[in-house]
Write a protein that binds this ligand. Structure first.
Ligand code: F0G
Length: 481
């Protein structure tokens, strides 16, 4: 990808696309934002879109689609069985991953359900660089447990390590020595979500696969965030700098037994699935698709989305397309750093991640600093982020709180959705909040579901801090929104 430099020397990401469809946004006044937060039980998942200005909750299913994707949707072949769309998608996956078999699933967690039901049983141990919420829930539901083997640097919030999602290979070897018989597969999560969208290097993936195969076990790759990870391999890894994205993808895929993904992320559409090299493995999982998803040639997805996914996967092999997310995230992260706001470094994929423990050091982990920061950022700017800290964890079996190893507020940058001035606005309001951080207090649960509590749980502030925040905002911004 040739780099475009500004004459002025400015280091800002330049969009290599133009906008052709827009959605109008409203920014409601700060008083309404505080009220809306209260109505949502201090859980950003429960906010209504009409109250949101910049929706940075996630990149899942909300990336902007291309003209080619929309055009492909018009030629989708709708039929219960034997759809030509399914053949096109399978062919595209074969072209990209060189996999012969594909099992469709309605989204990433459905693929996780199929894999877990096939391989996880009571007492199983699933090693992985880091867990993802839905992944862990499927494994523990079946009596298995997760072992996180990310390098120590992975959970250090500020670092210069280019691949913070890497496995600690010694820990992996040691775990095989100790409990190898309990391990059915090892999961590699590309673009490691919960530690800030941090990538895994090509070298590390290959080394992990070699260890796992030497022990006769399977390697499963969660490729949901592969597009960002590919960008980082290409730009940060010496041994990959002369390889094309297609070549890197093939190199990775060759070492994997099973590749699953959320196509709400990878492929910029909505859906998911499992790509497999080996026929026997495919047959082992196949039955579960018609049982839980839909017939084998659509798996619960709309064929339109499948067409869009095939094109989206193709576009993922283009650096101009996959660089947009990481470059915008780097811009936002760097701007916040310049202002002294604590953020996860180096900038990763998916979004800009605020370090909630550094932002709100006075809020104890038991009072959910990342959840409190999510609420405060929304009140300060109508910006919706996602708590990625203790609220996103599950309680231990004995009911005690499982404190997260990192307390983050994720501000996702869905690809090609926000403009640079919107990003600048977000930076501005976050800086304002940082200067008023002493006003922000903690949260406590009022309704707490036993599993995946971050989706529906309702909380309340431990004091009247939201009112104080609104008051300070009014003082500084007068009649501005
Ligand atoms: N794996 C990873 C790494 C993910 O980031 C996600 C979803 C899934 C699996 C599950 O996929 O949502 O299609 O069922 N992440 C979303 C997010 C929810 O906002 O980060 P899904």
């Amino acid at each position: 990808m040739p780099e475009i430099k500004f004459y002025s020397g400015d280091d800002i990401p330049l969009e290599l696309h133009k906008v052709r469809i827009v959605q109008k946004l409203d920014l409601v006044p700060v008083e309404r934002r505080a009220e809306a937060m209260m109505e949502a039980g201090f859980n950003t998942f429960l906010l209504k879109n009409k109250d949101i200005f910049l929706d940075m909750l996630t990149d899942s299913g909300v990336n902007a689609m291309s003209d080619r994707q929309l055009a492909a949707m018009m030629v989708a072949d709708d039929s219960y069985a034997g759809s030509a769309t399914f053949t096109r998608l399978t062919d595209k996956l074969k072209e990209i991953f060189d996999t012969d078999y594909f099992l469709p699933a309605h989204q990433g967690r459905a693929a996780e359900n199929i894999i877990a039901m096939t391989f996880v049983k009571e007492g199983s141990i699933i090693p992985m660089n880091y867990h993802f919420t839905t992944t862990k829930a499927h494994i523990t539901r079946l009596g298995g447990s997760v072992e996180e083997l990310v390098i120590d640097e992975g959970i250090r919030l500020t670092s210069t390590h280019p691949f913070k999602g890497n496995f600690d290979l010694d820990k992996l070897e040691a775990l095989f020595e100790k409990s190898g018989d309990k391990i059915p597969f090892v999961r590699i999560e590309t673009g490691t979500n919960l530690i800030g969208g941090q990538p895994v290097s090509l070298e590390n993936m290959e080394a992990v696969a070699d260890i796992v195969h030497r022990h006769g076990k399977l390697v499963v790759m969660d490729a949901s965030l592969l597009q960002d990870n590919l960008y980082f391999i290409k730009t940060r890894e010496e041994k990959a700098k002369d390889l094309t994205l297609r070549e890197i993808t093939r190199r990775i895929s060759k070492k994997m037994d099973i590749i699953y993904f959320s196509a709400r992320k990878l492929g910029f559409a909505r859906g998911g699935g499992i790509a497999i090299h080996d026929k026997e493995l495919y047959l082992k999982m196949r039955e579960l698709v018609p049982m839980f998803e839909g017939f084998l040639t659509y798996g619960g997805m709309s064929v339109r989305e499948m067409e869009a996914m095939a094109v989206g996967l193709d576009e993922t092999m283009d650096m101009d397309v996959v660089s947009q997310g990481p470059l915008f995230i780097k811009y936002m992260t760097d701007e916040l750093l310049k202002l002294g706001v604590p953020v996860v470094t180096p900038a990763g994929g998916l979004g800009c991640h605020l370090d909630a423990s550094g932002f709100l050091p006075h809020v104890r982990q038991e009072e959910y600093p990342a959840g409190a920061l999510a609420a405060a950022v929304y009140i300060a700017g109508g910006i919706r982020g996602m708590e990625r800290g203790t609220i996103s964890e599950q309680r231990e079996v004995d009911g005690s709180e499982h404190l997260a190893s990192v307390e983050l507020l994720r501000l996702a940058l869905p690809r090609r959705v926000f403009t640079l001035s919107q990003v600048k606005y977000a930076v501005d309001r976050i800086k304002w909040l940082y200067d008023h951080r002493d006003l922000v207090g903690g949260l406590r649960f009022v309704e707490e579901p036993s599993s995946l509590r971050f989706f529906f749980g309702r909380l309340e502030p431990v004091s009247n801090w939201p009112d104080k925040l609104v008051e300070a905002f009014r003082k500084d911004f007068k009649d501005s929104l």
